[in-house]
Design a protein around this ligand. Structure first.
Ligand code: BG6
Ligand code: MG
Length: 216
């Protein structure tokens, strides 16, 4: 099957908001007196807000209203951080690749679990390079369920086998494989080991290379 589209995760793929998610969770964890390290944050990549909070709480139990307040607090810290985002924060190679995909007549879709994705892509100045957006508001079941990527492919009217999912998280790679998509993992081998193909990042990655990688 010919590759017709790329579904890009946002945090850790097109920009490094993983750091901002970490700092926002860290503020909350410090306020609650819960130890939380940068290493522990790695396991939260791609994980939706609520599940991330439950992992951070490490089994501590709170009433639902309190959990909601924690999530709102974390998100307000995160929103403060992303106000600083500008086009300079697009990760190396990402804008060039989106431009090449557009120029070649292929499609790019955002497939991010974040409810803040629209604001981030607008601040990055890449919203106009994306043909559709599937985000944390699009489907109830988030990664590692395949629903978000299926929603993205549906928006284009393409089959999963015609789309390559570009992901930095283990949960995102699982979601792609479960949905029958091609998976390109970015980052350390250990994190994205199950992907069909793995690259360190999108830096110096050209469309022709990607199409060759997924035509074999
Ligand atoms: C993912 C991030 O893209 O979005 C996670 O990798 C984050 O770290 C998740 O928890 C949900 O984001 P938000 O902005 O809706 O809290
Ligand atoms: Mg990610």
């Amino acid at each position: 099957m010919k590759i017709k589209a790329f579904i890009f995760d946002l945090d850790g793929v097109l920009t490094d908001t993983a750091e901002y998610h970490y700092r926002a969770w860290k503020f909350l964890a410090d306020e609650l007196g819960i130890p939380f390290t940068r290493e522990e944050n790695e396991a939260l990549r791609g994980i939706p807000r609520r599940e991330s909070l439950l992992m951070l709480l490490k089994g501590r139990e709170y009433p639902e209203t309190q959990l909601q307040e924690f999530m709102e607090r974390k998100n307000s810290y995160y929103l403060e951080f992303i106000r600083e985002i500008s086009p300079a924060d697009v990760l190396p190679g990402a804008r060039e690749l989106l431009e090449e995909i557009r120029a070649t007549g292929l499609k790019s879709v955002l497939g991010s679990a974040s409810k803040n994705a629209q604001e981030v892509i607008e601040r990055l100045g890449i919203a106009i390079l994306l043909d559709a957006v599937s985000d944390g508001n699009s489907v109830p079941r988030q990664k590692p369920a395949p629903d978000l990527f299926l929603h993205a492919a549906n928006q284009l009217g393409y089959l999963p086998g015609e789309c390559v999912v570009v992901e930095d998280s283990a949960a995102g790679i699982d979601a792609a494989l479960e949905g029958g998509f091609w998976a390109l993992g970015l980052g350390p081998q250990a994190r994205v080991a199950k992907a069909h193909r793995i690259l360190p990042s999108l830096e110096n990655v050209w469309l022709a290379d990607l199409l060759a990688m997924f035509s074999r």
